[in-house]
Write a protein that binds this ligand. Structure first.
Ligand code: S3P
Length: 212
């Protein structure tokens, strides 16, 4: 994607235009564990001046226990139901910048809620990047296995075609985080412009119109 470096005021007005165009809709980050949803999401939220919420943290707070404990004590299906409920509640309180856990978007009901109430963005990372990042932490119950690389490969195979249903895809790779954030903001703005073109016939008073 080509992106021109803008003076600070131009970039700030792009961000303000995005927020105005979002209205009550949220921005939802989707993608595999280790794709950078929380770190990139937090930085995007600061730029857009939206509240940042990590769905995993909300689930832990609602359950009063950690995700590995929820998996161990109650099992994955129980976790998935709680996850869907928490995301539904958070989407009702938009606009927010929401980072979802890697499995959340795999549920059809959650996908359809996200479609209704948010703009979705897939942070797409390849297996090597994911593996390098998740090795640093022990908090992913799905990867507590003899061969995490095989599990990641299999999850990528089943999940990537579904993640591809999101509105926007950003290539998450090992470059400075602010570069990914810039690309994400740029792509979000482009997406909102495209949406406006396809839904609005009357351009006056539109927050995304270029300033004269
Ligand atoms: C999961 C990803 C985790 C967490 C849980 C299950 C998954 O979140 O929700 O361990 O199914 O990929 P992150 O994607 O934030 O690591």
């Amino acid at each position: 994607m080509s992106e021109t470096v803008l003076p600070a005021h131009a970039s700030a007005s792009r961000e303000a235009a995005i927020v105005a165009a979002l209205g009550q809709r949220s921005v939802v980050l989707v993608g595999m564990m280790g794709a950078g949803k929380s770190t990139i999401g937090r930085r995007m939220a600061m730029r857009l001046r939206l509240p940042f919420i990590d769905a995993d943290n909300e689930i832990e707070a609602a359950a009063g226990m950690s995700i590995p404990d929820i998996f161990e004590v109650h099992g994955e299906p129980h976790f998935r139901d709680g996850e869907a409920r928490v995301i539904a509640r958070l989407l009702d309180g938009g606009p927010i910048l929401l980072a979802t856990g890697g499995g959340a978007y795999m549920r059809e009901d959650t996908r359809s809620r996200i479609r209704d109430k948010a703009i979705s963005m897939w942070l797409k990372a390849d297996a090597d990047v994911i593996l390098r990042r998740v090795r640093r932490r022990e908090n992913r119950p799905l990867l507590k296995a003899a061969d995490p690389a095989a599990i990641i490969a299999q999850l990528i195979e089943t999940r990537h075609p579904v993640y591809a249903q999101t509105d926007i895809t950003i290539d998450s790779r090992d470059v400075p985080q602010e570069k990914i954030v810039d690309e994400a903001i740029f792509a979000l703005h482009e997406h909102m412009l495209r949406l406006r073109t396809s839904t609005l016939s009357e351009p006056t008073g539109d927050p995304l119109s270029p300033t004269p």
